[in-house]
Design a protein around this ligand. Structure first.
Ligand code: Z5A
Length: 213
């Protein structure tokens, strides 16, 4: 059972390597959906509540470069538990469309493929925190990791994750593509290597195809 089959709202997540354009394009997508007459909640992970944003600060801060990978994993799910129960599910239950910048696929990509935590451990925490709730759709902004990091670094200061070697981000991109292949009905891939206009033309087409917008 996904979130929307029981309720009226819709849950859409956005994934990709750093700098792939999620944040830029979520705003664009939110405008389009709002024009379609739907009420929207725009949120992000880790984050989305006061407590989860405080956890996010711990996670991305360069003050903790040696954070243990299991601590990182548990903090991701602690932030998610709070966010899911106090923001995402109430919004979906109220018929709103939730647009979330990253969700649990990021955990499989970063903590799983990137850090090397076995998938069954992530799956156990996913079940504990989410039960059977998953996004209805996931837009994957697929981009060469080096180009994405370059775009992210052009924006200014980097965070704890962005300090990682390029091999880490290549594994993450590969994992996202694997996840997309294994769950085709949920995933939609946007080729993010092009200029913004071209990327947004792909988005327009996807919104028409799957959401009738
Ligand atoms: N993380 C994790 O490890 N496990 C988890 O379970 C979760 C997260 C949920 C914070 O996430 C960190 O948490 C993240 C993974 C980890 N690692 N890091 N760092 P985040 O999503 O908040 O951070 P992010 O991935 O770094 O987001 P980002 O760098 O802001 O990327 P983005 O949102 O995809 O990109 P953007 O900000 O829209 O665009 C980046 C720049 O490129 C910007 O200057 C744009 O103007 C420019 N841009 C955008 N599109 C284009 C095109 N088409 N052409 C040229 N330039 C463009």
């Amino acid at each position: 059972m996904n979130a929307s089959s029981a309720e009226k709202g819709l849950f859409i997540s956005f994934e990709g390597v750093e700098g792939a354009g999620k944040t830029t394009n979520i705003e664009y997508i939110a405008d389009k959906i709002a024009q379609g007459g739907h009420e929207i909640v725009l949120t992000r992970e880790p984050g989305g509540t006061k407590l989860s944003e405080a956890i996010r600060e711990l996670l991305i801060s360069k003050e903790y470069p040696e954070m243990h990978i299991k601590t990182e994993l548990l903090l991701m799910f602690a932030a998610r538990s709070e966010h899911l129960n106090t923001v995402i599910l109430p919004a979906i239950n109220a018929g709103k469309w939730v647009l979330c910048d990253r969700f649990t696929d990021a955990t499989y990509a970063y903590q799983g493929a990137g850090r090397g935590i076995p998938e069954d451990i992530i799956a156990t925490l996913e079940t504990l925190v989410q039960g059977s709730v998953k996004p209805d759709y996931t837009f994957l902004f697929d981009l060469d990791a080096e180009i994405g990091l370059g775009r992210a670094k052009n924006r200014g200061e980097t965070d704890r994750f962005e300090q990682q070697h390029i091999d880490f981000f290549n594994k993450i991109r590969d994992k996202y593509l694997e996840l997309a292949k294994s769950d085709e009905p949920r995933y939609r891939i946007v080729n993010a290597q092009y200029d913004l206009d071209t990327v947004q033309k792909q988005i327009d087409q996807l919104l028409t195809d799957i959401l009738d917008l």
